[in-house]
Design a protein around this ligand. Sequence first.
Ligand code: 3PG
Length: 311
Amino acid sequence: RPLDINIELPDEQSAQKLKIGIYFATWWALNVVFNIYNKKVLNAFPYPWLTSTLSLACGSLMMLVSWATRIADAPKTDLDFWKTLFPVALAHTIGHVAATVSMSKVAVSFTHIIKSGEPAFSVLVSRFFMGETFPLPVYLSLLPIIGGCALAAITELNFNITGFMGAMISNLAFVFRNIFSKKGMKGKSVSGMNYYACLSMMSLVILTPFAIAVEGPQMWAAGWQNAVSQVGPNFVWWVVAQSVFYHLYNQVSYMSLDQISPLTFSIGNTMKRISVIVASIIIFHTPIQPVNALGAAIAILGTFLYSQAKQ
Ligand code: 3PG
């Protein structure tokens, strides 16, 4: 009887590396496009609660159609699955709406600089809520992350407290989302793609009543008319693009989370932010001062030191 040992041949290893490389490149590219269209939409139509809801609705619809037409196999789920998904969906909803509110108030680059501080939140949550302890270098790596974010925040030309707090809340919520989703995906037969599809649907159900309460159809109707008169009839395609790309980048990120450790995932996420920060500064001509850029660079360097220290 052959031994049940999983030995990866060099060819399989390079194929796996190539696959992860393709996932990462696709994830970052989709994310850059999402961020550009999301900001273009928010500039003309500043209703982040509705745009967040539309992103989730579009993703849910795309997946329902894929299941109905058998482009993708529908997952087999039970009540227990949906119960375990609830805290993940709640955290995903809060993190998503908070990030979108943030981007409606400040430059995309600023939101992502603050969001590059997510590892610091991860360590603090794991330490204080999960009782996990880390070696000293991990705690030390938080100093440049927190210091760099603080420097970038105080020197930000268009600082806005709601924009700042939105990005901070999003960091906290996503740390909980990542902890709960890795637990929820463990040992389950639902693939990363279908897991994210179910997550979108549940988040949509949670978010819709709040979006109506906070903004509501009257504001949306007036805002929509205004946006169409500013941008023209193409405005609707901007909204479609931000919604479709939101779903796609998240779907690919969950597909890669299936294949890699949370640590590799968080390194990939930080590198993604570098591409978003650079692309959005170029496209939106965001004014930045050297000391502001220095803060961002220190924070991102801190994230790399954190990943090294955690290894
Ligand atoms: C959102 O709207 O959910 C945020 O833009 C997501 O941010 P992230 O996926 O880059 O953390």
